[in-house]
Design a protein around this ligand. Sequence first.
Ligand SMILES: [Zn+2]
Length: 109
Amino acid sequence: MSEHPHMARLEDVARFAERLPDGYLMCRTWAHAWDQARSTVRRSDGRVSWTVECSTCGTVRTRVMTTGGEIVANRYTYPEGYQSDGIGRIGQSGLALIRMESLRRLNGA
Ligand SMILES: [Zn+2]
């Protein structure tokens, strides 16, 4: 990926938003719902890998820490179809569009 990815066109964002399941839209609008019951901890080589999973969409977030809790790395593993691969970076108006798609579905409109 280039250092300055192009901005996504609004019609591409609209098409992407229409395909997203309701739960994915909620996560994109309100952030993920991290479930402590789906948390794992693994220790090796002086590092602690702590993962949590979103109960809504299944995204897994991993924090790699020192044994003292300093964060060394942070990564996300997204479920299939969650990411907007290839359409470009979604800007403020694209995010507004996704928000409105989520709201429209909640209203059953
Ligand atoms: Zn989520």
